[in-house]
Design a protein around this ligand. Structure first.
Ligand SMILES: CC(C)(COP(=O)(O)OP(=O)(O)OC[C@H]1O[C@@H](n2cnc3c(N)ncnc32)[C@H](O)[C@@H]1OP(=O)(O)O)[C@@H](O)C(=O)NCCC(=O)NCCS
Length: 212
């Protein structure tokens, strides 16, 4: 199954060479890891530094579903915590997660939307399938947290698109220094996106209190 890729203004865009290389059919998943839309390809929509924050990353062939990258609007904190559980993160108090979102500089979400006959999204059927957020001093530095993609949608390029666009959004807000803490398993994923550990000998240090 193929699907069309569209720009933020809904015009079709071509797949770049790298996206062709990366595009893959998502047919090798187990039952509990089957994409809801079979064969959703890597959603490589070229990044325009002046992109609007709402970008349609993927549209199904019949144009009834689409995945949108969005940096504004409410996040259903329960949906987020369900996603967090689905990727195996420990349970967090919902009120704290709510505060963390509220005080983040940027919350970037991937929503799976169902489109009605007029082409408008049906709000009640919007589903959170990915999220990244960043804290910041609003001027120089930002740190990205809570990067996750619904396991049903993993392996199709959405995580890459999410992080690339989050970085792009931060750059457009004039934040130059972007950092994150990577799980050991995710280091390669981030390195491929341009993140480096131990840059010129710089190390992140963590405070571990020593009690005597
Ligand atoms: C990490 C994560 C966001 C990637 O999302 P995704 O949609 O699967 O990412 P992509 O499809 O863009 O994957 C791009 C590549 O990175 C690889 N990759 C994905 N997750 C990876 C991981 N945890 N470690 C190493 N490589 C990973 C993919 O295999 C893919 O490589 P390929 O193109 O050679 O097959 C997703 O796996 C996830 O939500 N994991 C659980 C939460 C998590 O670990 N978050 C990061 C915490 S620091």
């Amino acid at each position: 199954m193929s699907s069309s890729l569209t720009s933020s203004v809904g015009e079709p865009v071509g797949l770049g060479p790298s996206s062709k290389e990366n595009a893959k059919e998502a047919t090798n998943n187990s039952d509990n890891n089957t994409p809801p839309v079979e064969g959703a390809p890597a959603p490589h929509v070229p990044i325009d530094p002046f992109d609007e924050d709402d970008v349609v990353l993927w549209t199904s062939d019949d144009a009834t579903k689409r995945v949108v990258y969005r940096t504004a609007g409410e996040i259903d904190v329960y949906a987020l915590e369900n996603l967090a559980q689905a990727v195996g993160w420990p349970k967090r108090p919902v009120d704290k997660v709510e505060q963390a979102l509220k005080h983040s500089f940027l919350v970037a979400a991937l929503h799976l939307e169902t489109i009605d006959e007029s082409g408008a999204p049906i709000e009640e059927e919007s589903e959170l399938i990915g999220l990244a957020r960043a804290t910041s001093d609003h001027v120089f530095n930002a740190t990205i947290w809570d990067v996750l993609v619904d396991p049903k949608w993993q392996g199709n390029g959405f995580g890459t698109a999410l992080v690339e666009r989050t970085v792009n959004t931060l750059h457009r807000r004039d934040i130059a220094n972007i950092s994150l803490f990577a799980d050991a398993k995710a280091i390669t994923f981030y390195e491929r996106l341009g993140f480096k550990g131990d840059l010129e000998g710089v190390k992140g240090l963590f405070f571990y209190p020593t009690y005597r």
